[in-house]
Design a protein around this ligand. Structure first.
Ligand SMILES: [Zn+2]
Length: 335
């Protein structure tokens, strides 16, 4: 990156050495002076498992602080990955937006920063922007392959899928879809991002890296099934790239995509939501998939949410009450 005014260095100091062989558990230390701690820091956990000069995988969860399959699977991996099974380097950050993760919220309680809208970040910006900048300028240049776990968080619930993006560079796109296949979630998504500005995904892909993301459930929790999918998926991802020894444990998957904005439905009313289709159910364009009851009185007809596209229900609003503008449902098209 060239600029007339080069960016200052990142304020983050790692307590680990990314070039040292073996297992290290440490922190990315970000100075954050505040009322409770005058010379305090945000301590973002990081693990490095390295064995020689092979390729590097960067594995992240907690990009949004209320999504749990990633942090669980990555905490397990960081504790159990044996360097003798590794050829190269595995960098694990289970909770990327650590302040948000500690608060159990999607965005950071420090600055309201949404990590996945904060890239490429700024070394002189907010806490969230400083973390993003560290990934952009320090961690991503080390990585060959990148896996970022997401789930629906407190407000959405998803069919469990791994995803890669449709990209202008078709060789890079194919590497992404091959890695999604290896991850072996029950569903695999070809994603066309409608609003990609500020996303980690976009920064990773612009740097030419092979990138896989996921949506593995939601509701502000993690289920045994989705945790199993995450644990198997991350090891499969590492085996596929040759960083972890052993064969990919390939499971059946069904490919889906979201071809247009018609796939998304948004509430226009506040109220009590009646879900009329479950995740994975087939739906036809025009079918009523949810109703929203006004809460203040009886005898008023509910507003109807109709499917804008035929396919299957891939995501739905999770809490029982909705507000205008909330995403109520997402439909995916099966191949
Ligand atoms: Zn997320």
């Amino acid at each position: 990156m060239t600029s007339a005014n080069p960016l200052p260095p990142s304020p983050i100091t790692p307590t680990v050495d990314f070039d040292r062989d073996g297992v290290q558990h440490g922190f990315l230390r970000l100075p954050y002076s505040r009322d409770e701690s005058a010379w305090g820091s945000v301590m973002i956990p990081v693990a490095v498992i390295r064995n020689g000069n092979g390729p590097t995988a960067l594995l992240t969860g907690g990009n949004h602080g209320d999504e749990y399959e990633g942090p669980i699977a990555l905490s397990d991996l960081a504790r159990t990955l044996d360097p003798k099974d590794v050829n190269g380097t595995v960098i694990i950050v289970p909770a990327m937006n650590y302040p948000a993760f500690r608060a159990g919220t999607r965005t950071s309680p420090v600055d309201k920063g949404n990590m996945n809208r904060s890239f490429p970040g700024r070394p002189d910006g907010t806490v969230t922007q400083k973390i993003a900048d560290y990934f952009t300028r320090e961690l991503l240049p080390r990585a060959d392959v990148v896996l970022d776990f997401h789930s629906g968080g407190k407000t959405l619930d998803f069919l469990p899928f791994a995803a890669a993006h449709v990209l202008p560079d078709k060789a890079q796109e194919a590497r992404g879809f091959d890695a999604v296949r290896a991850f072996s979630a029950p569903w695999s998504m070809r994603m066309l991002e409608i609003d990609a500005v500020g996303m980690y995904d976009t920064t990773v892909e612009e740097l030419g890296k092979t990138f896989v993301t996921t949506e593995l459930g939601g509701g502000g929790t993690a289920r045994a099934e989705t945790i199993r999918i995450a644990k198997r998926g991350v090891r499969n991802f590492l085996r596929h790239t040759g960083i972890l020894s052993g064969d990919v444990d390939l499971h059946e998957t069904r490919w889906i995509d979201m071809p247009s904005a018609d796939c998304f439905s948004f509430a226009e009313d506040a109220g009590l939501i009646e879900t009329m289709a479950d995740l994975g159910d087939p739906v036809a364009a025009g079918q009523v998939i949810a109703r929203i009851y006004p809460m203040g009185r009886t005898g008023t007809a509910p507003a109807e949410i109709k499917a804008g596209h035929s396919g299957i229900l891939a995501a739905r609003h999770f809490p029982g009450l909705v507000n205008p503008g909330d995403c109520v449902s997402v439909i995916a098209v099966t191949e």
